[in-house]
Ligand binder design. Structure first.
Ligand SMILES: Cc1cc2nc3c(=O)[nH]c(=O)nc-3n(C[C@H](O)[C@H](O)[C@H](O)COP(=O)(O)OP(=O)(O)OC[C@H]3O[C@@H](n4cnc5c(N)ncnc54)[C@H](O)[C@@H]3O)c2cc1C
Ligand code: HEM
Length: 388
């Protein structure tokens, strides 16, 4: 039976499901694992709450797929996860100790219903998950990460920085993708950031970072980054894209959500003919629209691009004069005042467009809902995952 035993797999699925109260099981698993193999503990951040939540969700999805007797997607996902996990310094010994700890914890938790069938399914599922991850990690020849040196840090506004790096080797990614980044101020706290330029053969790369209130890594990047800092980058992910043969495009960017859309727009400039692209770029104050001059430059040479600046408030706050002037020369659409979703939908439902939305999770959700409410087809709307 093993992986064919759907009843046993369902028991395992329910045991790890956070919605059914798996918190205690997952906590016990990590405690057991760290006790059995102390070398693992230091790889994780001190606060494990988020990790426990993500791990429980992933395990629930994996068991769901096995219950439905689907293996292709889980295997592809686990192989990618295994390759990605190399950046944490995961070794074969860690996989051994995890396998033992996970099996032991599941057995202890399900002791009342434990029997040969459940034992076999548990053994086979855990062996599959870990076997695929370690096998893919082992087979991967590319280095797990790529280091680079900060060469310029521009404080663009009160809370947005533009950081440019020279990588030790070029990093390959598609325009619109994001990468994981570790900065020296917060070792082991990897965060997603989206390069704001297409992959560069000489290894130049640029990021736009907004410090979020109470945010650990983003506030450190904006407040403390200096030239010479060494950053570590890994694993491009994500599928934001423009299909050049699939009609005109609407892009909606909130603050540094501009970065991946700008990379896509820059990539389009390689072609003479493109679909029309209308970009709404929003911020709270007019001075938050930190990159209008670059957008003006691109639009002035590429007639397929229109840019509408949007700010919530019509006037600037006093801190604006401490930062570079963002006002572009004449040529872009007149700046609109209002909330981004309201302004975008006041132009129509954009139902015939490919729609790409980028920004903070709330802005993306609200803008998407507003567009759908106006009649935009959900399947035409793209955005990145809303959390790390
Ligand atoms: C696919 C993807 C791509 C991303 N690309 C970029 C990028 O190019 N530039 C960039 O500046 N950020 C980007 N982010 C956000 C970034 O990865 C971090 O989540 C963000 O910088 C906060 O990290 P932190 O350590 O400062 O905050 P944390 O300490 O992790 O969180 C602190 C608090 O801030 C909240 N928070 C987290 N992210 C946001 C957010 N974006 N807006 C508002 N509140 C938030 C959390 O819910 C939490 O309450 C991206 C996120 C994803 C998922
Ligand atoms: C069944 C096997 C495993 C699964 C399903 C799994 C799943 C995950 C997931 C989903 C994440 C979230 C972030 C990311 O995608 O990188 C993560 C992070 C992580 N995992 Fe695993 N993992 C497994 C095995 C391991 C092993 C063997 C190690 C060895 C030490 C490990 C160490 C880590 C570390 C250090 C992090 C980063 C935590 C952080 O920085 O917040 N994982 N894991």
């Amino acid at each position: 039976m093993g992986l064919d035993d759907r009843d046993a797999l369902r028991t395992l699925r329910d045991a790890v499901d956070p919605a059914l109260g798996s918190e205690e099981l997952i906590r016990t698993f990590y405690t057991n694992w760290f006790a059995a193999d102390p070398s693992v503990r230091d790889l994780f951040p001190p606060d494990m709450a988020q990790q426990r939540g993500v791990f429980a969700q992933v395990m629930t999805w994996l068991f769901d797929e096995l219950v439905a007797q689907r293996a292709d997607e889980p295997v592809a996902f686990l192989a990618q996860l295994g390759r990605d996990h190399r950046k944490y310094g995961v070794t074969q010994q860690h996989y051994d100790s995890m396998q033992k700890a996970l099996l032991g914890t599941l057995r202890g938790h399900l002791v009342d219903s434990w029997n040969d069938r459940l034992a076999e399914a548990t053994h086979d599922a855990v062996a599959l998950f870990i076997g695929v991850m370690r096998g893919a990690a082992d087979a991967e020849k590319e280095p797990p990460y790529c280091d680079g040196t900060v060469i310029e840090h521009i404080r663009a506004t009160r809370d947005v920085s533009v950081v440019r790096l020279q990588l030790d080797r070029p990093l390959s990614y598609h325009p619109g993708q994001y990468v994981t980044v570790q900065v020296p101020q917060w070792p082991r706290r990897w965060r997603y950031l989206s390069p704001s330029i297409p992959a560069d053969p000489s290894g130049a790369i640029e990021f736009h970072i907004r410090s979020v209130t109470g945010g650990m890594v983003s506030t450190a990047i904006v407040g403390e980054t200096t030239p010479g800092d060494r950053w570590r980058l890994s694993n491009p992910h994500g599928g934001l894209h423009v299909a050049r043969d699939d009609g005109d495009v609407l892009m909606v960017a909130g603050s540094t959500g501009l970065a991946p859309l700008r990379a896509l727009i820059m990539d389009l400039t390689r072609y003479g003919v493109n679909p029309r692209v209308h970009l709404f770029f929003g911020g709270r104050y007019p001075s938050d629209l930190y990159d209008l001059k670059t957008l003006w430059q691109i639009a002035s040479q590429n007639p397929w691009l229109s840019v509408t600046p949007v700010s919530e408030y019509n006037v600037d706050s006093p801190w604006a004069r401490d930062y570079p002037d963002v006002t572009p020369p004449r040529g872009l659409h007149v700046r609109q005042t209002g909330m981004l979703p309201d302004v975008v939908t006041s132009y129509g439902n954009w139902g015939d467009r490919q729609i790409l939305i980028c920004g903070g999770p709330e802005m993306v959700q609200v803008t998407k809902a507003a567009l759908i409410a106006k009649g935009a087809p959900p399947e035409r709307i793209q955005h990145d995952p809303l959390s790390n």
